[in-house]
Design a binder for this molecule. Structure first.
Ligand code: PMP
Length: 429
């Protein structure tokens, strides 16, 4: 009978989703919502986005131009792609065509997704530098590709100083050994989430040389491009010799303007590559909210006119965040949870070794130690952070399970509350 047959019995899951169902954010966002008093886990600011940006959004929403409530151009609202072309053209020292060299996406997340779908075929290899923003791996796999991992190796500083993210480096020979005729692309994330490493010119030149030698693409995730500290310079790999032609640059208004919920991102690259990125975007998402794009375009207009000046948000934001970084570094160092000082981003990684006695190891568990530590910490101390091993491939997780990632894009009061928790914990020990 019909009712007998109505219940499905065939397997429904597409094979490409095999093993990709577990996700750190689903688990830890829920834990933080349930238990945390202070949430330094997921990467978003708890301070307001700048007024000029929120005012632009309100203006776009309630202003005279009712067409801002309708569809806009699929590949990016014209005022936004125009200003992005001007802005990044200036940074790269090349003329960019807003219609062919820039495309707006639903956050940097969708920009990444478009890249993997557009360029990675079954059997292609994609090099990912560990630790890495966790979605790269499932995105490569969903496109049918094979991720190939290469780790940044920590070198302890000699004189007992705190480690810096600059002490985590690639071994040039190891990196070179990962390139083969199957390599289609490398994902570069500088400044890097979770370490906060800002790749030096020398490191970028090494990657660029290998990309050129092996004719490989580079997906350059630069969402933290403005968040660099101590006078460090963010170098765009697309500006290095031979790289423009093979690089897709990825950015995010969420990180740039402290408005992660708006989900406006972009890609910049040569038309030869962008045409395929557009094909994926056109046939999946189409575009993101027109009013948000309009507001971000006004934000960029402002930043273009104030470029490099003290009033520029892109100048002020890193100054503010550097102080917050130093505040959290001090709080962690004071209790012996040794921080690795980040050169960029709004994250820092800290060594939990001295606190391990509070959370006994469980040899029977197949969960990495830092996962269990982070869960214990949020449940028992009310402090949420993310285990570093979440940013490693399965094979390497257990080599890096002594660290947590903290987000310091938080109000000073939030950081003070975190410090109080840590102090109390240390005293109870
Ligand atoms: N890349 C990196 C390295 C990130 O850290 C994030 C956000 N955590 C993204 C991309 C995604 O950015 P968006 O919110 O704009 O999608």
């Amino acid at each position: 009978s019909f009712s007998f047959q109505a219940k499905m019995s065939r397997p429904v899951q597409a094979q490409r989703l095999e093993g990709l169902d577990k996700n750190i954010w689903v688990e830890f966002v829920k834990l933080a919502a349930t238990y945390s008093k202070v949430n330094l886990g997921q990467g978003f600011p708890d301070f307001p986005a700048p007024e000029f940006l929120t005012e632009a959004f309100v203006g776009a929403l309630s202003g005279k131009n009712h067409m801002l409530h309708q569809y806009t151009r699929a590949f990016g609202h014209p005022p936004l792609v125009k200003v992005l072309a001007q802005f990044f053209g200036k940074l790269l020292g090349r003329d960019l065509d807003p219609m062919t060299n820039v495309m707006v996406t639903v956050g940097a997340y969708q920009a990444l997704f478009c890249c993997f779908q557009a360029f990675v075929d079954e059997g292609d290899e994609v090099i990912i530098i560990e630790p890495f923003f966790d979605c790269y791996e499932p995105m490569v796999k969903m496109a049918g590709g094979t991720p190939v991992f290469v780790s940044l190796r920590p070198k302890a500083p000699k004189d007992g100083k705190l480690m810096s993210s600059a002490d985590w480096q690639l071994d040039p020979a190891e990196l070179a050994s990962k390139f083969s005729e199957r390599t289609k692309a490398i994902v570069l994330n500088s400044p890097n989430n979770p370490l906060g490493k800002v790749f030096s010119r020398g490191e970028l030149e090494l990657i660029a040389e290998l990309c050129v030698k092996h004719d490989v693409l580079c997906f350059s995730d630069e969402v933290y491009e403005w968040l660099v500290y101590d006078g460090k310079e963010h170098i765009r790999i697309a500006s290095l010799q031979g790289m423009w032609d093979r690089t897709v640059m990825i950015g995010s208004a969420g990180k740039t303007f402290s408005a992660t919920g708006w989900k406006v991102g972009w890609t910049v690259g040569p038309d030869r590559l962008m045409q395929h990125v557009r094909t994926v975007h056109q046939n999946s998402v189409y575009h993101c909210a027109t009013v948000a794009q309009e507001a971000v375009s006004q934000g960029f207009q402002r930043e273009l006119s104030l470029f490099g000046k003290p009033d520029s948000y892109f100048v002020q934001l890193p100054k503010m965040l550097q102080q917050k970084r130093d505040q959290l570094v001090q709080s962690l160092d004071a209790v012996g949870m040794k921080p690795i000082i980040p050169e960029g981003t709004y994250f820092l990684v800290a060594d939990i070794s001295k606190f391990k006695s509070d959370v006994p190891d469980d040899p029977k568990s197949d969960e990495p130690y830092d996962y269990r530590f982070a869960k214990w910490m949020v449940k028992n101390k009310g402090l949420a952070a993310i285990p570093l091993s979440a940013f490693y491939s399965e094979a390497h997780k257990n080599n890096y399970n002594n660290y947590l990632r903290f987000c310091f894009a938080k109000e000073d009061a939030t950081l003070k509350a975190a410090s109080d928790i840590l102090q109390k914990w240390k005293q109870e020990k």
